[in-house]
Write a protein that binds this ligand. Sequence first.
Ligand code: ADP
Ligand code: MG
Ligand code: MG
Length: 876
Amino acid sequence: MDKLIYRFNNQGSQGGNNSKDILGGKGINLAQMAKLGLPVPPGFTISTKVCEYFYKNKKKIPKKLIQSVKKEIKIIEKISKKKFGNLSNPLLVSVRSGSRVSMPGMMDTILNLGLNDKTVIALKNKTSNGRFAKDSYRRLIQMYSNVVFGIESHFFEELIDNYKLTKGVIQDTELEESDWDGLIENFKEIVKEKTKKIFPQDVNEQLWGAISAVFLSWNSKRAKTYRKINYIPEHWGTAVNVQAMVFGNMGDDCATGVAFTRNPSTGKKEIFGEYLINAQGEDVVAGTRTPLNLNSMNKSMSKIFLQLKKIFKQLENKYKDMQDIEFTVENNKLWMLQTRSGKRTARAAIKIAVDMVQEKLISIKDAILRIDPNMLDTLLHPTLDEKAKKDIIATGLPASPGAACGKVTFSAEEAERLKEQMQDTILVRIETSPEDINGMHAAKGILTARGGMTSHAAVVARGMGKPCVSGSSEIKIDYENKLFKSGDHEIKEGQVITIDGGSGQVMLGKVPTLKPDISGNFSKIMSWADKFRKLKVRANSETPADTKIARDFGAEGIGLCRTEHMFFDEKRIISVRQMILSKTLDDRKEALAKLLPYQKNDFIEIFKIMNGLPVTVRLLDPPLHEFLPKTDKDIENIAKELNIGHHDIRSRISELHEQNPMLGHRGCRLGISFPEIYQMQCQAIFEALAECKKNKIKLVIPEIMIPLVSTAAEIQILRNLVDKTASEIQKIHSVKIKYYVGTMIELPRAALRAKDIAKFADFFSFGTNDLTQTTFGISRDDSGKFLNDYVENKIFNKDPFVSIDERGVGELIKIATERGRIEKKSLKLGICGEHGGDPKSIEFCEKVKLNYVSCSPYRVPIARLAAAQACLKKKV
Ligand code: ADP
Ligand code: MG
Ligand code: MG
């Protein structure tokens, strides 16, 4: 077996050059601080390998460890000039857990280990401070019993509280030695009652009890759950740190505190922290006494303050990052107890990275790699004003970030109507469907009672960059009476609520929000990222509003313009329905002719905004029934408007009904059956370009995309149709227009036959949403029911609709990329769909050398950063 123990003390450290994997996060940093010569109480770290052994060998401690621990305790004794269990000058230690990543739910720390009925007297005599000695002993009993015996802390806390009440005091510090004496007896009674044993008096029994408890806590239920949620491997194990105690609670020349080397919420370079005079360990965070601002230490302990400032600098120089620090002052001597990279807000992360580049602490590359792209999300949407009061009435899933407030409305039409009156709304639905798209666009935010993180509402809202709280099962919606209930609250249509799609909270009334600020440091990081990335970043967008946002966020083109979304508009849907309900070609053509000008204007607007950048237009894709009326009322309206009998409409609807619409008459299959539909769409595109040319607008090169192709013949036929339409329009308007024709690769067969398909395609765009559905044979809309079971049983590592399944779906992408490029070297390759904005999937796209990723407008900055990181990581 490898080395079991690593020593650290004022002579340096054995583990300083080792890794976190062996020493755990806390251990490695203690070792490195000791190596830097900082004042660290002497101690040692038991390696994570021992924890591994422990679980592989029926929870046994290796024999060799017992010897080594003995030896190391001797060394601490020598340095501290105290002895473990000694009756005149006892050594006390802390036992601290520490895995590779900090893990709530694991055993924390036992302080003051080594005290018993006898050594506590020795400690009292040695320090001439009986109060301190007894306070330390009761803390040990409390912590040890909690961690090792599982006796809940409140049993002890209640005793203290009651005692203080009888004595008429408020603060713990007001209790004297004799008070603690009595409480210690009571504490021991609790232990006896709960464990049927007396509190261990043998200091070695205490030590091994604590060490085993750390190992056992690795497999506690809470720790296991935390690991599952955060993808932390089970086999990592935890290290154990044993360290001489230093005391911040021995008098007024003692203190304990926590600090950040910079402000973790703004990133500002300033001292940020809190401390307490005459206190120990967790007192600062426990909230029993109100801590002081660390800057005031400049007055109370000025020398220590200066020393701390110097150490902050040293630590930042060593770790090249903002540190989160714990320290204790014992009789005017400073001791460092912990340092680690501090958690920070997205705003602080960006400021710190930019500042550190300017301070020459890190390189631009480091700065780019430092920022978690997903974190940017919180900066790109309006956020709740932190200072505002919140009246939370329900919670749901944080499905799409950002905060929004508006009047409650229960229908898409009502949301649209109110939008026209410039009123903000929150669309509240049991669940949403494609018909609600326009209402979702019109609303400021979306709240649903049903559906998960990949429900229709969630996916569409994320695409639109709209805040969404989904699956809030607490709310009961009553469409009929236009109200919803949540607990005791009853919210009627028109009442104002606020939702926070970042936290999943639903609040009563208007909670003030702050606008995103993407200038300054944010834009600096973005421009740095742009220098290092190879992948282009495009956006999925079909409305002028989204297209503008996409450009503002730095999109270099549109990678997916879904034309069907343009059909849902109130004024057009009637013609769309007429077209679908037509029985003859002539009728259909008549309806299409009505749609043509709308479609053409849509394109002109988008082309104008894109000003010469590429735009991928996808021809009609969804099954036609999605456009058809569903309610009786709708059917009657259509019947009236189109002057057809509603029986006719009903029979046409049932004709169009499909068992499995996702695999039905959709995509290019519509183009094959009804070429006039695609013909109209192409005509709109080319006429739009002709008009742009006339108006001297910089010409976009459209990339016309044919969806759901699985055979070369399909694209061959439809490409001919596009070319024919293009040449006709060019002739009529006597202009020359450059364009590309390509296909979406979203069926496994298309990926496999990529070589044949590439003969007729100028580009491929991987539609990974559908490709994932069709590769796994899992419908995204229905997967909510079992996806969790799959993740829980480790069949899926992660939801494959969130991060590309590299081994399966990714393999198909690789095959299609290679085979396509064999046929056509110039083949342009990209990806659209949710994965295009997922950093992990973007890394994969870089690996297989795609040309671009396309994502929702709000994820464009995330993709830009992730694409740069993917390049930088590849080189390392
Ligand atoms: P956590 O990971 O929960 O912060 P720690 O192991 O850092 O747990 O310990 C909790 C508290 O105990 C901290 O405030 C720390 O500073 C204090 N502490 C730990 N070891 C010692 C020690 N040897 N002497 C004095 N205080 C200590
Ligand atoms: Mg700590
Ligand atoms: Mg598709």
